[in-house]
Design a protein around this ligand. Sequence first.
Ligand code: ATP
Length: 336
Amino acid sequence: MINKVKLENLSYYYKDKKAVDDISLSLHSGKFLTILGPSGCGKTTVLKLIGGYLSPAKGSIFIDGIDITSTGACSRKIGMVFQNYALFPHLTARKNIAFPLEIRRLPKNECIKKVDAISELIGLSQKELERNPSELSGGQQQRVALARALVFEPHLLLLDEPLANLDKELRTKLRSELRRLQKDIKITTIMVTHDHEDALSNSDFIGVMNQGKLMQINDPKIIYDNPHSVFVANFLGETNIIPANLLNISRSAMAHIRPEKIKIENYASECNWQKKGTVTAITFMGADFLIELITNEGAQLKILSRNPPLFSVGSTITMGIDIESVWLIPDTLKDL
Ligand code: ATP
């Protein structure tokens, strides 16, 4: 099976600054890849290289097995939603959405049909289509940008932090709508974000970037449970990284265990490894309580518990860990 998208040893410099450093990846048709990483790590630059807005210093880009590295942006049939949406302020939503069809010289009645069809799918009303971007909410502007990226039926959709400018409630709603739409129209999608929740909840695959490099790429569950490095472990959410010997594991490595995998009190007795610890903090997080404790060996651990704790700071409690929940971070293993 030919990959829909394949990047081979892609590198890019802004003057002498290396923004993208030898990135290779491939993605099958219809899949959703999220590139996750901190601000400035090179995510947007990767999207701009794929979209044809920048030319790589080194490496190649293939779509459906064809090398498009030197093909112009307009001929790539790739839809892109930019971080600030980049809507034309003086054009109505309808005219913004029709723009990619007009530059491809589609007959007017075809344009109207296609704009109406994609707007209905995305949830934009006829009234909203007649407004200029400044008369639309952030969520509506995001829909217009998405409709404009999809109206010409691209092979690939690129999304640059599409949810970044929205409040939390709208963000969660549009996140699941985006995923449903992506699955319905089966469009191969690459999204970039710095938000691990967006990445974990939406993607078939996550690629974690740092300082221009792709650190790890895999399905969300594997990246979350089995990170290759301390950086990836930390970037995917709250976690515990402690020397393995503090968990009675005789390897020279850092052990990784997510806070929700550690059990306390009665539940600890179900685990195959138990320890006593002193509670140092209890924080109410809404759905969960974050309990921090320190074991007698000096391991500082964070634990997420659904149940309100029946103990207070300073109490000694039992915590339990199933040894299969512990992952020794490969990049830290010294005695292999
Ligand atoms: P953010 O999440 O903040 O958008 P990013 O991960 O998308 O960041 P890029 O925008 O790809 O990162 O930038 C990668 C690096 O290249 C950063 O250090 C940035 O400062 C630098 N950079 C980006 N655009 C330019 C430019 N036009 N000229 C010079 N340096 C640039």
